[in-house]
Design a protein around this ligand. Structure first.
Ligand SMILES: [Zn+2]
Ligand SMILES: [Zn+2]
Ligand SMILES: [Zn+2]
Length: 109
């Protein structure tokens, strides 16, 4: 599915990247998986539609753009995301702070 000009795969339910697993108002980011180099709304979406062999981003690549704001379509680097205090650095729309609890699914701890 094309979201703000970016291809996002998974069980997507709307144009702000919400999916059938995470669909609260503040659930509006997609994360690019290092293994697939493809955006998914969450790790369960990757499990259902991805490569079945998830790999996390290594620390030395945290300068890569790998998080997509579903509010404005801004792609931020992993560093930017980890420092953004759960709101978009571009449009300031709030993200789910709970996502950070899952960051080990996506980024090297
Ligand atoms: Zn993958
Ligand atoms: Zn999902
Ligand atoms: Zn934004």
């Amino acid at each position: 599915m094309l979201i703000k000009g970016h291809e996002v795969k998974g069980d997507i339910v709307d144009l702000e990247t919400r999916c059938s697993h995470y669909h609260k108002e503040i659930d509006r980011i997609a994360i690019k998986f290092y293994c697939c180099q493809t955006y998914y709304p969450c790790h369960q979406c990757h499990e259902n539609h991805g490569c079945r062999n998830p790999k996390v981003w290594p620390k030395e690549q945290f300068n890569q753009k790998a998080v997509l704001c579903g509010g404005c379509g801004y792609e931020m680097t992993i560093h930017e995301y980890l420092l953004c205090h759960s709101s978009c650095p571009n449009c300031s729309i709030p993200f789910n702070p709970g996502c950070k609890l899952h960051k080990h699914f996506y980024f090297e701890p």
